[in-house]
Design a protein around this ligand. Structure first.
Ligand SMILES: C[S@@+](CC[C@H](N)C(=O)[O-])C[C@H]1O[C@@H](n2cnc3c(N)ncnc32)[C@H](O)[C@@H]1O
Ligand SMILES: [Zn+2]
Length: 182
């Protein structure tokens, strides 16, 4: 887990760059309604701030909207005032989740064309990955919604047991994870 040091200012995103509608990946998705340039903020992921213990309980109860904020706090994004909860996972994403202080922002990591679905990598742990099959449709899809660091393990015929993966406090089974903006 990277150290919290200097933190960039949280971005502010105009609301008219995105729209939410049915997705070919899963349920509802988030789509660009104009070109979104690399580095632009897209939307903040907001929700109820809860303890790690409560976050673990809710993950175990199959809540798929829990985001790991830091070592003390999780964010439960399963609230109506969090449209970012509709953003799907992608194995070749055009966005990423970044933490700015105590805010989670979805940021463009390349230029995104009008009409493209916005996806970010959920950063799921390898543990229990078979419960999270991926249907992102990317040519490079690894078949499961796991963090990119685990891709080589899956593309090598999925032979490495999850138990051999070192534990990382920024990841937990079934919880979304972001990178830290410094
Ligand atoms: C944060 S929610 C996504 C919101 C959802 N699209 C909606 O209708 O609001 C996470 C859940 O969406 C589904 N999902 C997201 N990305 C997916 C993908 N690439 N492949 C399969 N299911 C996905 C999984 O069921 C996952 O647990
Ligand atoms: Zn995929």
């Amino acid at each position: 887990m990277p150290k919290k040091t200097a933190v960039k200012c949280p971005p502010d995103a105009p609301k008219d760059r995105i729209a939410f509608r049915d997705s070919g990946i899963h349920g509802m998705g988030c789509f660009a309604v104009c070109t979104i340039r690399k580095g632009m903020p897209i939307i903040e992921y907001v929700g109820e701030r809860i303890t790690k213990a409560e976050g673990a309980l809710r993950c175990d109860a199959n809540n798929r909207f829990i985001f790991v904020l830091d070592d003390e706090t999780d964010v439960d994004g399963d609230v109506s005032w969090n449209p970012a909860r509709h953003i799907n996972h992608g194995c070749a994403p055009n966005a990423e989740a970044e933490i700015f202080g105590d805010q989670i922002w979805i940021m463009a990591i390349r230029n995104i064309a009008e009409g493209e679905e916005i996806t970010f990598n959920y950063g799921y742990d390898l543990e229990d990955h078979k419960s999270h099959p991926c249907r992102c449709g990317a040519e490079s899809c690894v078949g499961y919604m796991v963090a990119m660091e685990f891709f080589p393990k899956l593309t090598r015929k999925d032979q490495v047991p999850a138990a051999k993966t070192p534990k990382d406090s920024s990841r937990r089974r079934g919880a979304l994870a972001a990178t830290l903006a410094v």
